[in-house]
Each structure stands twice: as C-alpha cells, then as structure tokens.
Design a protein around this ligand. Structure first.
Ligand SMILES: Nc1ncnc2c1ncn2[C@@H]1O[C@H](COP(=O)(O)OP(=O)(O)OP(=O)(O)O)[C@@H](O)[C@H]1O
Ligand SMILES: [Mg+2]
Length: 266
C-alpha cells in the first residue's frame, strides 16, 4: 500500500566530483512510503552517485536529501537504521563466511541474537545460498555475491531499500526469484528504489520511474504514462527516445557549461 507520506525527498541535489564533473546536476524528486520506484538512465547519468548520496556513502555538494524527514548528511546514524542498500560494486569481506558477515551486520544494527539467527536462516534460504553459508565469500561466483549482498541488505528489515542494479549478472532463474521477493517485500510495506538497465525489470516491478540523463531528471511517471507521453510502445523505446545518445557525448557534456543546450534545441 502506497501512502501519501513522502519517505524520500530530494531537492536540488548536486554532486560535483573534483572541480568540474557535474555527476548530479540539481535533481528534485520524491518517493512515497510503500512505493516501488525505478531510476533509469544511460551509463554515467548519475544514478549511482544519487543513490550513494541517499545512503550517505558519498558527500553531497549541495541541495537536500531527506529520508523519513531526516536530512541524510546530518542524521547519519538515525538514517542508517532505516535504510538498506546493495550497491553496484559488491564489496564483501573476503576473509569471512556469509554467515559470519550476516552475524556481524546484525550486531552492528543492535539486533537481538535470536532475531539475527532467524533472519539469517530465512534470507539465505530466500537467495538459495543456505548450503554455501559457511564458505568464504571469496569463493563465491559473481551471481552468488550479488544474491548474498541483497540478503545482507535485508537483514535488519530496513524501511527503505536502495538497490543499484540488483539483478545485473544474475541468471534468469535467480532474476525471477529476486523479482518475486522484492515484490513481496514491497507488498509488505517496504519502499524500494532501484536502478536498472533492464527495461523488462523496470516494467515488471516499478510503479513509477524517473529517467536521469547527464545528472538531470528528464522524465518521470509510470511506465504506461511515459509510453503514452512519448507515443511509443514500450519503455525501451521511451528510453531510446529521450536518453539514447553516445556515452562519449554525455561525458563531454558533463564537463560543458550548459549540458542541456542540445536537449532544449530539440
Ligand atoms: N568517484 C568519482 N570521481 C570522479 N567522477 C566520478 C566518480 N564517480 C562517478 N563519476 C562520474 O560521475 C558521473 C556519473 O556517474 P555514476 O556512477 O553516478 O553514473 P550511473 O548513472 O550510475 O552509470 P552506470 O549506469 O554506468 O552505472 C560519470 O560521469 C562518472 O564518470
Ligand atoms: Mg551506476
């Protein structure tokens, strides 16, 4: 159930790396509690940078990013307990087993031991990793790491979940399995913001989508609304119509004074 309460509120958020690279160039959007929200955009558009600012992993340059009314950069500890994240680059402790990492994660979130154990059992089953739970994660394949990272992000039952390309590199069975669980978690009330390059994934899961290009939001709406607006048959065509340009062109524009001159000229 989607409520009217805005659980994520982003206003004029900017990230400039170094002196010149405007990775996020003043974006404004909000996500309601219980919503399944998708962030689409070409390589280098600023999706990961935005999620990283929301999860307080990257320091914003200016603007505001709030979760449950709390400014993320000011209330880091409170926000930390409300969110879960699985990032594009899976960073695991290679000298620990999956179970050990989950136990540590649970303790960091001050969860009671019994709850940690029951969550570990439930989540490892969910991502089909129970049988390898006591192996070092350094021995995991790429898809196993991604599935484990997702399980880890869910351990403390976050209210808001950020997933940066959660199914990239997963086989079709694992992908469907994860889709099913994400749908279920969302149905139970979890707000989910994900990025993906798979248009079928965005269509299957997301109620609302924002397309980001060169650090700006260039379109927003439900998949159906966007298809109608751009008079095309599917989301892939929407994407190609508004954000289909070469990567090099985008990178050059990020460094230009007015990256949107070309778009406005259309
Ligand atoms: N640590 C960094 N230092 C400098 N520039 C960076 C850094 N991280 C990202 N960038 C630049 O910021 C821009 C946005 O990158 P970001 O990773 O947010 O894009 P993205 O939308 O997640 O792309 P992808 O779909 O490829 O994951 C790019 O131009 C990238 O080169
Ligand atoms: Mg990214």
């Amino acid at each position: 159930m989607v409520s009217n309460n805005k659980i994520i509120e982003v206003k004029n958020l900017v990230k400039i790396y170094g002196k010149k690279i405007k990775a996020v160039n003043g974006i404004t959007f909000s996500v309601k509690e219980g919503e399944f929200f998708g962030f689409l955009g070409p390589n280098g558009a600023g999706k990961t940078t935005t999620i990283n600012m929301l999860a307080n992993l990257v320091k914003k340059t200016s603007g505001s990013a709030k979760i449950a009314g709390l400014e993320v950069s000011e209330k880091a500890n409170e926000v930390y307990h409300k969110i879960g994240f699985a990032m594009q680059e899976v960073g695991l402790d290679e000298t620990a087993t999956a179970r050990e990492m989950m136990q540590l994660h649970g303790r960091l979130y001050h969860m009671p031991k019994q709850e940690i154990d029951s969550q570990i059992k439930k989540l490892l089953k969910l991502v089909e990793l129970e049988r390898v739970a006591d192996r070092y994660t350094s021995t995991y394949s790429g898809g196993m790491r991604r599935r484990f990272d997702l399980a880890l992000s869910l351990l403390h039952r976050p209210k808001v979940l950020f997933l940066d390309e959660p199914t990239t590199g997963l086989d079709p069975h694992a992908k469907r399995l994860i889709w099913g669980h994400l749908r279920q978690l969302n149905k139970e009330g979890m707000t989910i913001l994900l990025t993906t390059h798979a248009m079928d994934e965005a269509e299957a899961l997301c109620e609302r989508i924002a397309i980001i290009d060169r650090g700006k939001i260039v379109a927003e709406g439900s998949p159906k609304q966007l298809e109608r607006k751009f008079k095309v048959k599917n989301l892939e065509e929407v994407f190609l119509k508004i954000a289909g340009h070469s990567f090099q062109e985008a990178e050059l524009n990020l460094r230009a004074t007015d990256p949107y001159a070309r778009l406005r000229g259309r």
